[in-house]
Ligand binder design. Structure first.
Ligand code: URA
Length: 209
């Protein structure tokens, strides 16, 4: 059964408040997204398996631990997910990065994949899918379905702000996927924006509005 992790560390709450402010400019917003992604990723990687190794310190031989097990890939959902990549790869520099682009078909309202480029060995990797805003959950649910079709078995979803509707959609459709977010907001407005949210994350990261 999936679990929902709201990582409400004071630094994360503080940074999210700064991101919510409509007067926060592009440069600062982008830095905040990256820093918050790093802090949430710290928790999302808490269960990485370790193995014991032996090494020589300047003082003596020591048994000590390093990360082992499956290799990791981060997959940002285009385009806003790109803003989280610098932060998460600063924690796990050896991780590979794939990309998934999805858009909402205006007629069917379904999420349609328009781009997908993933590491060749994606089926052997644990994947952390990243998107700053989990709103309706349609895009996240479709992206997870795509990864599963390619054989990925262990998927986590990481966002900065979740709506209750989005989290419920993932839990209902993909009960094996753990969700990590920095805050759970009130819900969605009629335009499917998260309330209070922070507006359009992609526009604010890339300065397109
Ligand atoms: N995507 C965004 O960037 N913001 C929202 O509030 C919802 C979806």
């Amino acid at each position: 059964m999936a679990s929902l992790h709201v990582i409400d560390h004071p630094l994360i709450q503080h940074k999210i408040s700064l991101m919510r402010d409509k007067n926060t400019g592009t440069k600062e917003f982008r830095e905040l997204v990256s820093e918050t992604a790093m802090l949430i990723c710290y928790e999302a990687t808490r269960d990485l398996p370790l193995k014991e190794i032996e090494m020589e310190t300047p003082v003596c031989m020591a048994k000590t631990k390093i990360v082992s097990g499956h290799k990791l890939a981060f997959v940002p959902i285009l385009r806003a997910g790109l803003g989280m990549i610098e932060g998460v790869t600063s924690l796990v520099p050896a991780a590979k990065i794939g990309h998934i682009g999805m858009f909402r078909d205006p007629e069917t309202k379904e999420s349609v994949k328009y781009y997908c480029k993933l590491p060749d060995d994606i089926a052997e990797r644990d994947v952390i899918l990243v998107d700053p805003m989990l709103a309706t959950g349609n895009t996240a649910v479709s992206a997870i379905t795509e990864l599963k079709k390619l054989g990925v078995k262990n998927i986590k979803f990481m966002c900065i702000i979740s709506s209750p509707e989005g989290a419920a959609a993932i839990i209902q459709n993909h009960p094996d996927v753990d969700i990590y977010c920095g805050t759970m907001d009130q819900g969605l407005n009629e335009d499917k924006y998260i309330v209070p949210g922070l507006g359009d994350a992609g526009d604010r990261i890339f300065g397109t509005k």
